[in-house]
Design a protein around this ligand. Sequence first.
Ligand code: SAM
Length: 278
Amino acid sequence: MAGMLYLVPTPIGNLGDISIRCRQILEEADFIAAEDTRVTMKLLNHLGIKKSLVSYYEHNKAQKGNWILERIQAGETCALVSDAGSPAISDPGEDLVRQCAEAGITVCAIPGPCAVITALSISGQATGRFCFEGFLSTAKKSRREHLESLISEKRTMIFYEAPHKLLSTLEDMASVFGAERPISLCRELTKLHEEVIRTTLGQAIAMYTEQSPRGEFVLVLAGASDETPALPTAQDAALFVARLMDAGMSRKDAIKKTALDLKLPKNIVYDAALGHSE
Ligand code: SAM
């Protein structure tokens, strides 16, 4: 019998979200390839399934991918899972799917939990057209470049983000899209403390300056509308501050007034005025 690869989505918080079909495939597969075998072992224990596990993650995928492929070609069935959600979506799997497709191996994706779709559907933003932008880079320059490439994007934009980077990401977003741009912050989806904050970038910054963000987040940002005004850039802010200072205002007051008038977060204006924005 020919082997095949199953992509098996797992719960993003609520264990009850494992489907009957996923459970059956995990039970029947010859082996399970998992991002973190300890995480998957907890799920298997919960389901009462005993199965041989192999690790397949970012840093061993080149070597392990070939080995998994050989086993499938020898007739075995592999179920690929990630720590949570759908494999291959900002998770290991993309390369394995490509390798299998190139080798003529059948790949079967089981529908199921996926943070991007769960967030979009609950966000209250337009769902007709959207684009998934994954994680932004940790490097400030490439994060800004990524966001600036989206400045005219009309579709709803979806981002994954870690809590410790949330505030600086919101600040970068506000400087590119404006503080008034609507955003839904979808936090701890399907978990006990699930929360959806439908607000603007400016208000989200104010909120998370007061309290540290906790838990897992998906950011669902409204696209540009026909009424979206041309946005002031960091350079505009620097110029504005310079003019006010030329007119005799102190730097502190000039930054405050610029932030207010251009509806930009104060720290963005501060950075721009001091030439730190690039
Ligand atoms: N492949 C997974 C999926 O399809 O859902 C996504 C994996 S990615 C490495 C993890 C990111 O997904 C988190 O940093 C967070 O942005 C988002 N995420 C996962 N579970 C979540 C949850 N329960 N609530 C909110 N965001 C979540």
